[in-house]
Design a protein around this ligand. Structure first.
Ligand SMILES: Cc1cc2nc3c(=O)[nH]c(=O)nc-3n(C[C@H](O)[C@H](O)[C@H](O)COP(=O)(O)OP(=O)(O)OC[C@H]3O[C@@H](n4cnc5c(N)ncnc54)[C@H](O)[C@@H]3O)c2cc1C
Length: 417
């Protein structure tokens, strides 16, 4: 007979390690199956302060602090035409327990989290691909090349591979977010000293935006997001397209005079989607396996860690009180859906010209930008004082779109005013 776990987790990224650690800490028999051998390359390096409480609860925060990560104080958004900048610090957001987050090299960061899960008592099997699964009334069986394993519940943390979502055809793309991204790591990108050098920089162009993220003392992650159609029309390889796109944008290239690319150029397309539901009789989806909403506000790892934590706590309660399963699953669905909706609204707004004009306005209306930033710091349920400001901010964006009365118009084109 195969061994019986309380919970089987597919995927050892941040969602899987968080869920595994917290379940093991509750004394649950839990196993993580990860198809890769860590360390492995991964994108998604800019984190939000909202995850730090969970890292502390997992007992992994100290290990992260001891590692060579960059402490991130906030972000800076610059218009590609160079006329406007908005720099925000997490210390200025509303009631933020931690005024900082991390910029990480994911290969090392994910390894710290996964090793920690193993040290906490979670069985971790790396290099094991989960190829299929079968649900029964009282549990679930997964299939791998090394055999079959049974659990009472399954948490799918397999990222955008979305093992369960693909199996049940749950995936729904956001038609308005058909984006394409090119990115690589570079050594010796120019960096300002002090806090400035820790910020995530975003350069906002008319039909594309760039990130510049310091991930180690000498390494920087640089990437661009643009419409998938725009990339197709270029008819270039990812490497040639990336080179050309960087050359066309002085706000990015001016920081790269001594830069050396140290990884291949990676390309990812159509990454934004959400599954139709996040729970079934014997399974729960967490992290990207539930859905992912564009990298722009760095919400990916935050939502992965948050949903990993909620899924673990929920399954622990369900294992104790099986009769409450339906209600618990419903609450989880509602909670995760709300958090995703919050970020989805901000992401859709980001891709409009008027959002950039209001957000990058030199005058701050009624501290509205800190309200947006409070959400951007990682908020699962914004406070009332944040919510009403967000509402007013959205109204201003609407007025800007209709009447252009809130801020001067801006070209967002490089080399123009
Ligand atoms: C271009 C781009 C830029 C991004 N930038 C940011 C950013 O700056 N900040 C941020 O927070 N987020 C960012 N993200 C999102 C971030 O990468 C993800 O949200 C985050 O990694 C999700 O964590 P996860 O644990 O859900 O999934 P993952 O980190 O993807 O981990 C899933 C794991 O499951 C394993 N797996 C998959 N299939 C199987 C299988 N069948 N069997 C066993 N194991 C399996 C994989 O090997 C992987 O290790 C970005 C995403 C993109 C596309």
């Amino acid at each position: 007979m195969p061994e019986l776990y309380d919970v089987i987790i597919v995927g050892g990224g941040p969602a899987g390690s968080t869920a595994g650690t917290l379940l093991a800490k509750q004394g649950r028999k839990v196993a993580i199956f990860e198809k890769e051998q860590f360390p492995r390359f991964k994108i998604g390096e800019s984190l939000l302060p909202g995850s730090l409480c969970t890292f502390e609860r997992m007992g992994v925060k100290e290990k992260i602090d001891r590692a060579d990560v960059i402490v991130k104080y906030g972000g800076k958004i610059v218009s590609a035409c160079g006329t406007r900048t908005n720099r925000f610090l997490f210390s200025n957001v509303f009631r933020c327990k931690y005024p900082t987050a991390y910029q990480v090299e994911r290969s090392r960061f994910d390894q710290i989290l996964l090793d920690h899960a193993a040290e906490t008592g979670c069985e971790v099997r790396q290099g094991v691909n989960v190829t299929d699964f079968v649900c029964a009334e009282d549990g679930v069986t997964i299939r791998t090349a090394t055999g079959e394993f049974c659990g009472r519940y399954l948490i799918d943390c397999s990222g955008r591979n979305a093992v369960v979502g693909t199996h049940f055809n749950l995936r729904r793309n956001y038609p308005e977010l058909r984006k394409f991204s090119l990115y690589a790591h570079f050594e010796d990108v120019d960096r300002l000293p002090g806090i400035e050098g820790t910020l995530t920089q975003m350069v906002r162009g008319r039909d594309r935006w760039f990130w510049i993220i310091p991930i180690t003392p000498s390494k920087t992650s640089i990437g661009v997001v643009l419409d998938a159609q725009t990339f197709k029309r270029m008819k270039l390889s990812p490497e040639a397209a990336f080179r050309q796109i960087l050359q066309e944008n002085p706000k990015v290239i001016e920081q790269m005079s001594s830069a050396r690319r140290v990884t291949e150029v990676y390309a990812t397309s159509d990454f934004s989607f959400r599954n139709k539901c996040f729970t079934g009789d014997r399974w729960v989806l967490a992290g990207d396996a539930a859905g992912f909403i564009d990298p722009v506000w760095s919400s990916g790892v935050f939502i992965a860690v948050l949903s990993g934590e909620k899924a673990a706590d929920m399954l622990d309660r369900v294992l104790r009180h099986p009769e409450r399963r339906a209600l618990e699953f419903k609450c989880y669905e509602r909670h995760l859906g709300r958090v995703m909706d919050l970020y989805l609204r901000l992401v859709n707004s980001w891709y409009t010209q008027e959002f950039a004009e209001v957000f990058l306005n030199p005058q701050e209306f009624l501290q509205l930008v800190p309200a947006v930033n409070s959400v951007l710091a990682g908020s699962e349920k914004p406070l009332l004082q944040v919510r009403w400001r967000l509402w007013v901010f959205n109204l201003l964006v609407y007025l800007q779109k209709r009447f252009a009365i809130i801020a001067p118009r801006m070209s967002l084109q490089p080399n123009s005013q």
